[in-house]
Every structure is written in C-alpha cells, then in structure tokens.
Design a binder for this molecule. Sequence first.
Ligand SMILES: Nc1ncnc2c1ncn2[C@@H]1O[C@H](COP(=O)(O)OP(=O)(O)OP(=O)(O)O)[C@@H](O)[C@H]1O
Length: 222
Amino acid sequence: MSVFFECQGAKLHYGNSAAPLTVLEDISLSIRQGERVALLGKSGSGKSTLLGHMREQLISQCAWCPQQPALVQQLSLFHNIYTGGLTRHSHLANLRNLFFPSAAVQQEIGAIAEQLQLQQQLWKKAGELSGGQQQRVGIGRALYQRRRALLADEPVSALDAEQGRLLLTSFLAQHDTSVIALHHVELALSLCDRVIGLADGKIVIDAASKSLQLHDLTQLYQ
Ligand SMILES: Nc1ncnc2c1ncn2[C@@H]1O[C@H](COP(=O)(O)OP(=O)(O)OP(=O)(O)O)[C@@H](O)[C@H]1O
C-alpha cells in the first residue's frame, strides 16, 4: 500500500504567532493508504494539533470534519451540507443551488440527511438544531466533500454511544483511509485498525487495535 502521510522528527506547534507553543516533539509517523487510525489522548494532548498538521499536507485529498462544525446558522441543514461540495460545482451551479436546488442535488443531500437521521430537519436553519444534530450536519458536510480519505476531530463526541457507533461505522465505511481523533476508547479499538496514543508531547502508543486491551490505554489518561 502506498504512503498516505509521513513525517520524521516533526515538531508541531499550536498557533502561528511569533512565539508558537510546541505541542508535540519529535513526531515520526507513517500512515499507509487504507488504514483506519484512531488518535487517542487526554484533552490537550495534541490530537487536534496533529490532525491540523496532516490537514495542511493533505488538504486537497481529504474530507475534513472539524471538532466544532461552525455551521452557517442562518442557512438550512441542506445548504450547510451543500457547502461541503462547493468546490466540486461551478460558481453558477452554486448560485443556482442556493436559491433553486436541482433535483439531483436534493436527492444527493437528502440521502446523506437520511443516513444521519436528519431528513425531517432538512430545511430547518442550522441555528435551530441541537448540538448533536449540528454535529451530524458537520459529518454530512464532510461526506458531501466526496473524498476518498477522511480527517475527523471527535466527530461523534456529542452523540449517545449507540448513535455514535452507528454513524462512525458508516462514516468510516465511506472513506478508504481515515484518521480520527476520538475520546471513546472502545470505539477506537473496535472500529479502527490502528491506535496512536499521545501523552506528554509524544507518541507513546502506536499499535494495531487488535493487539491492545482497554487497560493498555489507561496510561494515556493519567
Ligand atoms: N485556543 C488555544 N489557545 C492557546 N493554546 C491552545 C489552544 N488550543 C490548544 N492549545 C494548546 O495546544 C495544546 C494541544 O491542544 P489540542 O487542541 O491539539 O489538544 P487535543 O488533544 O485535541 O485536545 P481536546 O481533546 O481537548 O480537543 C493544548 O495543551 C494547549 O496547550
């Protein structure tokens, strides 16, 4: 399998100021196409920083699902999902779909909303949705980017365990390579094939999920 992402001895910072904060040091990592990788670590350990670095390198290849969906609150769920496909359509098509969405686009986005169990809310304004519903719209927007690879930052953190598992399973199945920051260690072990654990500014675990037990991960959260 070919390499999807690679870095050697990288020092990763938070922010772009004159004095950026070093979050991760001496990061060496190789991810192959086809892998499903979970990034684990306690809050502030650098999962988003690592994902941000990957995104900088892979921006044109990956769907992106950020931790905060930052939806356009005045626009409908339909239109917010549509923004995931803006770069795939012409300016004229984008303008037309803003006011008079084509039947084909309505069908595509309707199918995504159905997967997310949001079909009843399709024309509701994003600002009128709950936190969990907004998070699902963020997943829908990433799906509508129609990329083969996915970078996602805690995409199901606001959902209950069962719904989170179902949606994450489907989200992963629609991409051939995924790197996902997660808080739920059980989801990481059962749905991803590799776990990268961050602590103290370093990678402290990098192993196949099937070789790990829950207790192997407790060191990440001490
Ligand atoms: N808004 C911010 N302002 C200043 N420093 C920040 C900010 N966000 C993150 N940092 C710094 O960067 C470090 C890494 O943060 P990062 O968001 O990458 O961690 P994380 O593992 O994704 O956390 P979480 O699980 O809470 O999202 C933090 O420990 C903190 O020192």
